[in-house]
Design a binder for this molecule. Structure first.
Ligand SMILES: Cc1cc2nc3c(=O)[nH]c(=O)nc-3n(C[C@H](O)[C@H](O)[C@H](O)COP(=O)(O)O)c2cc1C
Length: 167
C-alpha cells in the first residue's frame, strides 16, 4: 500500500487530545493541503479562520453539542464558503468537502488528530457572526485539531454492498 492510500485508510476522527501546542507552521501546512484541493472551474471557494483563542473557542463550543471537543483541542479551523467565488452551490460545496478531506489527511499524515465537526451548522449563522466572517461567507464546517489522545476504530460498509452495478 502506498503512503497516500495508507493515510486515507488509517485516518480516523479523533475527539480526545493531549494538551500539547500545535505550531503555526503545522497549521499552515494543513491549510496549504486544503488550498490544493480540486474545485469546479478551479474557483477555490473556500476560506479559513484559524481559532486558537480560548474565549472564542468557548463561544463556538456553546453553539454545538460537540463543544467539549472544541474546548479540548489545540486549534480549530473554521471552513467557510465564499459565496461570491461560487458558480454552482452543489459543486462548490463538494469542492469544500474535498478541501476539508485534504486537511484531515494532512493532519493525520503529520501524526495529528482531527475531526470534522458538522453539527455546528445547525447554528451556522450565529457561528458566522461570532467569527465576523462577513455576509459573503457561510460556515461549512469546523475542524478541531490537536495531538491525539485516543486511537479510535471505525467500520466501513463492505465494497460489494456499495457497487450497485457492473455494466
Ligand atoms: C459532514 C460530516 C459531519 C460530521 N460532523 C461531526 C460532528 O458534528 N461531530 C463529530 O463528532 N463528528 C462528526 N463527523 C465525523 C464522523 O462522525 C466520522 O467521520 C464518521 O463516524 C467515520 O469515522 P472516521 O472519521 O473515524 O472514519 C462528521 C463527518 C462528516 C463527513
Amino acid at each position: 500500500m502506498n503512503d497516500t492510500i495508507s493515510t486515507i485508510k488509517s485516518r480516523r476522527s479523533v475527539r480526545k487530545f493531549s494538551p500539547g501546542e500545535i505550531q503555526d507552521a503545522l497549521i499552515y501546512s494543513i491549510l496549504e493541503a486544503g488550498r490544493w484541493a480540486p474545485s469546479g472551474l478551479n474557483n477555490q471557494p473556500w476560506r479559513f479562520c484559524v481559532i486558537r483563542d480560548r474565549k472564542m473557542r468557548e463561544s463556538l463550543a456553546a453553539l454545538t453539542e460537540y463543544g467539549g471537543i472544541i474546548l479540548s483541542c489545540s486549534a480549530c479551523i473554521a471552513v467557510l464558503y465564499h459565496k461570491p467565488s461560487g458558480y454552482n452551490r452543489d459543486k462548490d460545496i463538494m469542492s469544500i468537502g474535498a478541501c476539508i478531506q485534504n486537511m484531515l489527511l494532512a493532519a493525520a499524515s503529520n501524526g495529528m488528530g482531527a475531526v470534522w465537526l458538522g453539527e455546528i451548522l445547525n447554528r451556522k449563522n450565529e457561528a458566522g457572526h461570532l467569527l465576523d466572517a462577513g455576509e459573503d461567507c457561510e460556515l461549512m464546517a469546523v475542524i478541531a485539531m490537536g495531538w491525539p489522545d485516543e486511537s479510535p476504530v471505525s467500520e466501513r460498509i463492505p465494497l460489494e454492498n456499495l457497487v450497485l452495478k457492473k455494466l
